[in-house]
Design a protein around this ligand. Sequence first.
Ligand SMILES: [Fe+2]
Length: 448
Amino acid sequence: MAFSVRSTGRIASAVASRPSTRRKMTVSAAAASQTKARGATNTTKPSSSSGSKTTKERYLNITGFPFPLGPLTERNTIRREIVKGTIWTFEQPQSLGFSNVTTNVRMVVVKLKSGGLWVHAPVAPTKECIRLLNELGAPVEYIVLPTFAYEHKIFVGPFSRRYPKARVYVAPKQWSWPINLPAQLFGIFPTKDGILKNDDTTTPWADEIEQKVLVSSVGIGPYIEVAFFHKKTKTLLVTDAVVSVPNQPPEGIVDDADLIDAAKSNFFVKVLSGDLAQEPVGSVPLQPKTMTPAVRDLGWRRMALQILYIVPGDLRDPSKGFSAIANRLIVGPILKTLVFSTEPELSKEWIEDICSSWNFTQIIPAHFTAPIPAGPNDLRRAFGFLYESGNTSNTSNKSAGAASFFDAAASMFRKSPTAAAQTYPEEDIKALNAAKEFLVKVGAVNGD
Ligand SMILES: [Fe+2]
């Protein structure tokens, strides 16, 4: 999801897992139709505790001081089969701090030729999650942490303790903030030679899954992400680099109660909207108490904009801002502003290497919609702002020949009528730009 400053804290730990039905969730018809519309991908009905009504399991996650990640006390798991007998996703809710702003966080499981499982970015190992994973009837052979990002790191320790025979591999140069703690203090113990390397042909999965590493200097620490390509299914796995925001909240993940809360004219909406806060949005009353399609739409749009921008321009009526980001492959505004645009050449090398080496037809990111039907040109288009920046002459660690290749690729890309770089509404990106300006001033983030 979003790049955010990662904090240190106590490692996530499971406690007695008693299913709670305090908040029931229903699967939205619209979300189900999204699943249906995913084309050739073999996405099947989600497996969870109880069909359309999902129970939540107690799981204590007290981490992240001073920026906690919720839910703090309970969560559910949704399993989907993406490619029959080969790729599954496991989704759980993830919320911002103590707020009700929620989206999904996703683990991906790939069955290898060996018959074992390769687990990418583990989620919380609740009893439900472990049961759904064990139902696949195969041993977990490898556990992979593809990023430094906190929301994906915190469950690697607890998860690997549930599968002590699995070998653990992690992205290089792990770090944390405000205190830079080694991975071992997060309960993460990589296997010998368990640091992921670029184009490594010595990994046990190298003939089935390839990998490309980005280590980009952001300022207070590097942005690190490892992309993977599962050759048999032509699937690109990323963590946070790109997302596609669905029209409806992720199925079975976001509570109706939280969506209703988000649709209310609450303190945050009032502060951002001033006098306009007293004007209802469409048919939604200022303080809705029951769920309707309009309430769901308003609540989800407000949540999505807060997740992507933290402080969007118009939270009261998010329809315009939402239409600029929904249902397309995008680089999230936070990562675009604070990471990729501050290291454009290195980022472009990574993207171009991915696009020119791998003929993927679908992308599975760790948040929002998955799988996303998309190929290399779609990924280039999402990162169009890197190509528009143009200045490949400053490439520091590529040969002149490689730089020429990027120039040529950028030139061809610019000729495409659909190659316009993704831009975000000025009013929505304003707060992020201001935050970046401040962070650059204090030396936490590199300037352009
Ligand atoms: Fe993430």
